[in-house]
Design a protein around this ligand. Structure first.
Ligand code: ZN
Length: 163
């Protein structure tokens, strides 16, 4: 086997691969949260907040159990992360969520000033992206379609189960 030559572009290439692995790794954690919601007959959406490669907040939809329409996965994960940090701004944090946030959660994410949001499945009916105006914080980066099929499959399985 030929030795990989050390050329200038290699580090960037490797960095890109690891970033992608990271996103899939943490999205899997968010999907595990969504599975918990599924098991509890809640709409299966899960979220985790990551800071410096560490999960500092998790959440899954608990609207039925808590009789609370605001108990979305993102809201719970944001609150948990803020409590962990002892701060209201999610500086240097990334939120991973299995379904495109609704406008309520996008509003909360705006107030949190989170650095980055990574989204699995899209939600054309209730997702924030159907708005023409960007309601996220201007500094917030959005990454779409990470493990989108897995996120969407949980949703369709759930609604099949309801029928
Ligand atoms: Zn929401």
């Amino acid at each position: 086997m030929a030795k990989v030559p050390s050329i200038g572009v290699t580090p960037y290439f490797i960095t890109a691969i690891f970033m992608e692995l990271d996103d899939a790794f943490f999205m899997r954690k968010a999907l595990q949260q969504a599975e918990r919601a599924f098991a509890e007959d809640e709409v299966p959406v899960g979220a985790v907040v990551v800071s410096n490669g560490q999960i500092i907040g998790t959440g899954y939809n608990q609207s039925e159990r808590l009789h609370d329409v605001t108990a979305h996965a993102e809201m719970i994960a944001i609150t948990a992360a803020q409590e962990y940090l002892g701060a209201k701004y999610l500086k240097n944090c990334t939120l991973y969520v299995t379904l495109e946030p609704c406008t309520m959660c996008a509003g909360a994410l705006y107030w949190s000033q989170v650095d980055k949001i990574v989204i699995a499945a899209r939600d054309p009916k209730r997702g924030f992206d159907r708005l023409t105006e960007n309601i996220l914080h201007p500094k917030t980066e959005v990454v779409w379609d990470i493990m989108a099929d897995e996120g969407a499959a949980l949703m369709s399985d759930f609604f099949k189960k309801l029928r």
